[in-house]
Design a protein. Structure first.
Length: 554
């Protein structure tokens, strides 16, 4: 009978372990992600080592990760056919926190073959211990590729672990089997439905196929196929592949309008695959409206809360996968990471450039896009000072020249009248209301285009977007009209008219009658049919914004 060797964890490990299990990850589901990513690492390592030592991969078996549940025994098993661990490697890798076997492997790798990069997931030695968030005992049975002896490591994750040699019949042919004896409050991890969902959500794009069996001996069904779509060259990806991937990643069932798939190299290395949806996501106008782009580190899902795009692009769905960040990056690190800030900037630029190109080359698709998401993009004119002119250039408007939202500001500038120096607009609730507005009469008479803005965001960006290519935005419901200065095709006029004595008398009467209700009563040439119209003062909110602010109780 073999006697297990008792080992105490390296000094501080148990303290660290306690801290880590209770604070590093708030979401317990991630233990599975950690085990799966270790298993995938192990498969990648074997893949790499058997390049130089083909005898290691004995039967040429395809790399595979198998998850087996056992409701009665209350266990969850993660098994791989990867590189495995020798006794010393177990002591080294599982008894020590600060030193990660993966990191040692990486160092060796770099020393051996500069330039060659195996795709190794973790770089920090904390992942494995997350098993103790859900298990009160963990067994690791492993046989290193090319070795005759298999070993079993067991621990309750408190102060010590033991190691014992086991018969080959009890071990994987090569590779590692991790057995979690689940705590009472972690029983849900024996439910196939639950575990399958976690695997799909967290590890759906791990580069090794994952199979799941409901109980020991039961047939294992494939949950993921091990292919990370975004790593393939574009030429090998069909539209169907992209669409399926989009549906998986977005949880939406429509057909995306387009995708933006690129690999950034140089200072930062990442791959992005982003989609412009073909319909409005249901939560587009939610108060809690952040984006849903997923962050991967070396194909391991990290979070969908990394705000990889600004809020005004929150409808974009997809992933960013980078090799520049550690796998166990925390929320705080994500918020402050300069690497992520650079990635965010890069992805934002690429998305906007792609949309610009679409606007130039494919008016029909762009029109669909703008109808769906234009109102969201315009939030950026208000929010994102740096990209304001780019966003204005992207924007399309309805106007007195076209009641479809197809007019760009470039179109507007091109068609300006001689002597016209401003971009005129009017904001309101609906196109009908605006089209009927008396303020438009003089502009129509002179053939001067006026933008008809009906989204509530329009009342906001027009307050801080001063101009486009040097031409100021000017509300026609505000201040004096300068129609007199513009050469038009009719006799509509501005506000610089002399009042006749009769009119002057009427104005005096009106001022007295309306009293505090209005700031002033003036003669205007901006009307051609109506007798009067209301105008807001030159400075301060325009009429529509006044209404919105009143509605908001301000
Ligand atoms: P990391 O993956 O960041 O290195 P972990 O705590 O997740 O840290 O794992 C510690 C080490 O244990 C790994 O680096 C690896 O050497 C070893 N290990 C864990 N799981 C496996 C496995 N399934 N196969 C082979 N080695 C493993
Ligand atoms: Mg790991």
């Amino acid at each position: 009978e073999r006697q297990p060797e008792q080992h105490a964890f390296e000094a501080d490990v148990s303290r660290l372990l306690h801290m880590m299990v209770h604070s590093v990850y708030s979401d317990k589901d991630v233990f599975l992600r950690e085990l799966i990513s270790n298993a995938a690492d192990a498969c990648e390592k074997l893949r790499y080592e058997s390049i130089s030592r083909p005898q290691l991969s004995t039967d040429g078996a395809q790399p595979e990760i198998r998850v087996t549940l056992n409701d009665e025994a209350s266990t969850l098993v993660v098994e791989d056919n990867g590189i495995g661990m020798s006794r010393d490697e177990m002591i080294d890798a599982l008894g020590t926190i600060a030193r990660s076997g993966t990191r040692a492997f990486m160092e060796r790798l770099e020393a051996a073959k500069a330039g060659e990069k195996a795709e190794l997931i973790g770089q920090f030695g904390v992942g494995f211990y997350s098993s103790f968030m859900v298990a009160d005992k963990v067994d690791v049975i492993s046989r290193r590729a090319g070795e005759e002896q298999a070993w079993k490591w067991s621990s309750d994750g408190k102060g010590s672990y033991e190691i014992v040699a086991v018969d080959l019949s009890e071990a994987p042919v090569t590779g590692t089997r991790v057995v979690l004896h689940l705590m009472d409050d972690a029983k849900k991890y024996t439910s196939k439905w639950t575990v399958e969902k976690i695997i799909r959500d967290q590890s759906g794009h791990v580069p090794v196929p994952i199979r799941l069996a409901e109980k020991e001996g039961a047939e294992a069904s494939q949950v993921t196929d091990g292919a990370a779509l975004w790593t393939k060259p574009k030429s090998e990806i069909s539209k169907q592949d992209y669409d399926d991937f989009y549906r998986g990643v977005s949880g939406q069932y429509d057909e995306p309008l387009t995708n933006i798939h690129f690999r950034a190299e140089g200072r930062h290395e990442y791959t992005a695959l982003a989609f412009i949806p073909g319909s409005q996501p249901f939560d587009l106008f939610d108060a809690d409206r952040h984006g849903r782009m997923k962050l991967y580190v070396k194909r391991v899902f990290i979070t969908d809360e990394a705000e990889l795009l600004p809020r005004y692009l929150r409808f974009v769905r997809g992933i960013v996968d980078t090799s520049d960040l550690p796998l166990n990056i925390s929320r705080e690190m994500i918020q402050d990471s300069p690497i992520l800030a650079a990635i965010r900037k890069g992805v934002t630029s690429r998305v906007l450039t792609a949309l610009e190109k679409m606007g130039e080359g494919d008016a029909e698709t762009f029109g669909k896009f703008w109808d769906l998401f234009g109102a969201i993009v315009k939030e950026g004119i208000y929010d994102d000072f740096e990209r304001r002119s780019q966003l204005l250039k992207l924007s399309r408007f309805r106007s007195t020249a076209s009641n479809e939202a197809t007019r760009s500001l470039a179109d507007y500038l091109r068609d300006m009248k001689e002597g016209q120096s401003a971009i005129y607009y009017i904001t309101g609730l609906s196109l009908d209301q605006l089209n009927a507005s008396p303020q438009l009469e003089g502009f129509r008479a002179k053939g001067i285009e006026v933008l008809l803005l009906t989204d509530s965001v329009d009342s906001f960006w027009t307050t801080n977007a001063r101009d486009f290519e040097g031409k100021p935005f000017k509300s026609i419901t505000q201040g004096l009209s300068d129609l007199d200065d513009i050469a038009g095709n009719d006799e509509g006029g501005g506000d610089k008219h002399e009042a006749s004595p009769e009119v002057a008398a009427f104005i005096d009467f009106a001022r007295g009658f309306l009293g505090q209700e209005v700031a002033d009563v003036r003669v205007s040439g901006r009307l051609t049919e109506s007798a009067v119209c209301l105008v807001a003062s030159e400075h301060g909110p325009d009429r529509q914004l006044e209404k919105i602010l009143q509605g908001a109780g301000r």
